[in-house]
Design a protein around this ligand. Sequence first.
Ligand code: KIV
Ligand code: NA
Length: 275
Amino acid sequence: MKTTVSTVQKMKDNGEKITMLTAYDYSTAKLFDEAGIDTMLVGDSLGMVMLGYDSTIPVTVDDMIHHGAAVVRGAKDALIVVDMPFLSYHTSVYDAVANAGRIMKETGCTAVKLEGGKNVCPQIEAIVNAQIPVCAHIGLTPQSSNMFGGFRVQGKSEEAAKELIEAAQAVEKAGAFMLVLEGIPEKLAAIITKKVHIPTIGIGASPECDGQVLVYQDMLAMYGNFVPKFVRQFAQVGEVMQGAVKDYINAVKEGTFPGPENTYAISDDVIEKLY
Ligand code: KIV
Ligand code: NA
């Protein structure tokens, strides 16, 4: 059954955990959808894990549309959220609505996500008024890493924690249907999750959230050697892929692939006439 913005609200209300993973292409989206994931995020993390940039800053609206449309084609039931990339919503409310509209129209996704608290509430309100559901994202927001001076857990001081609680309430009031909490302490995530009515989705934000999201290359051990504290590697897929590639290389070098079962035949009568 198709997951919608009202489904995830009901899940929070019923105390049922919401599962989310990133996806960036058709075949992966189809695998995750068939596995039963509730929602998939076409994250601007694609800049790093799919395109090899060292941050999310260079990602464009066109990049997001290219990958977002592929994920939507692969997903039958999951709710698809597509990230708004850096500078696609900061310049003006008009630009935010225009870019969110392009993303929804050209990908077929159900919702967009953008980073920020009070500073992006006018944008959230206007995008929602345009009938485009918005997922908000506060805490460690990677598009702000140059302002933060790196990637570190947010909301540890009283002032910072209060600011995040207010940000969560502000984005809810502006009309966000869901809220990603990234890189914040467990007890703060618990307070925010209680104070807002919309579902919270955590990454590095403890089991106190209403749901969880991970970048799939992290949870499948397909990206780099550094494993952040908030990641659990559920399988060593990178190793499995490399093992299969090594077997393929050896089989081709040895001449054991393709085998007879992989090869097409032609009748000897035809072959005779070719000599
Ligand atoms: O871009 C992304 O993958 C994200 C999630 C980590 C929340 O924004
Ligand atoms: Na993102």
